[in-house]
Design a binder for this molecule. Structure first.
Ligand code: GUN
Length: 281
């Protein structure tokens, strides 16, 4: 069964070790320490957990990091002012505003205000446009990590039918675009799709980023499918993905576990993007 696992944890560890080595070189040879600023508003426990994980990962590879923990009531203009300061702060190469934001703040305005050169999340319209044009600059972390994982395990994407479930700006739309750029035939399904199984049953590669525990079972996939589970859901106190892992494992060719699949790759791609931003500075 182990041979069926796309082990994101293992690959993430390998890439993080390589990044840590590069950080040492950059410090010694150019006196540059890659720096990241993370901004989080409000008290959402899941978001705080993610931010703490990001901070820990940054420290482990030797980055400079600062976390701005702001109140939920923070005004949009205050947030824009902070971003403006960080855009001009030479110690900071990457800026990340943790999503979701409170309702009174317009996410699109915030994302567009981050310097595209410090946009390590890849959410700025200019970086999204470059991705769309097939000339990616900063690519959002989860989709980038998914492609890395597929390539590391030698999965051929060209000509395959990839079915993406979920059309978020963070995962669904950019992973569909990346797969298209890799010459897959892409079907993008979402909450209004009628008869989801009709599509997933035809998929060589399934990427699920919905946030619905055990949405996909063995009846919905074809034999030897390759499955990427970007879902993170709590079910009876444990963390599970969108795929019913134990139900599909016998039938699949390869699958990412939850936890230990896509999640560790996401944070690792944030480190990679920040290092890249520091190298370009
Ligand atoms: N919230 C959930 N995933 C992400 C992510 O990749 N980046 C940011 N900024 N917020 C998120």
């Amino acid at each position: 069964m182990n041979s069926k696992i796309l082990d994101g944890k293992k690959l993430a560890k390998k890439i993080r070790e390589e990044i840590a080595q590069k950080v040492i070189h950059l410090k010694n040879e150019k006196a540059i320490i890659p720096g990241i600023a993370v901004i989080i508003l409000g008290e959402d426990p899941a978001s705080h957990t993610y931010v703490n994980m990001k901070e820990k990962a940054c420290k482990e590879v030797g980055f400079y990091s600062e976390i701005h923990r702001l109140q939920n009531s923070t005004k949009e203009e205050e947030l824009l002012k902070l971003i403006e300061q960080l855009n001009h702060n030479e110690k900071i190469h990457g800026i990340l505003v943790q999503l979701p934001l409170p309702d009174h703040i317009n996410e699109n305005i915030i994302n567009a205000h981050i310097s595209p050169f410090k946009d390590v999340d890849g959410f700025h319209p200019s970086n999204l446009g470059k991705l769309f044009l097939g000339q990616p600059s900063f690519v959002s972390c989860t989709p980038k990590g998914i492609i890395k994982l597929l390539k590391y395990y030698g999965v051929e994407i060209r000509g395959k039918h990839a079915v993406v479930i979920g059309r978020s700006n963070i995962v669904g739309k950019p992973i569909a675009t990346l797969l298209l750029n890799e010459d897959a035939t892409v079907t993008l399904c979402h909450s209004k799709t009628r008869d989801l199984a009709q599509y997933t049953q035809q998929a060589d590669i399934i990427v699920s980023a919905v946030g619905k525990a055990h949405l996909i079972n063995h009846k919905m996939i074809k034999r030897e499918a390759i499955i990427i589970d970007a879902g993170m859901n709590r079910l009876n106190g444990s963390l599970v993905g969108d795929i019913d892992f134990h139900d599909v494992i016998e039938k699949v060719k390869l699958i990412t576990p939850v936890p230990g699949g896509v999640g560790p790759m996401t944070i690792t791609m944030l480190l990679e993007n920040t290092l890249e931003a520091a190298l370009r500075s």
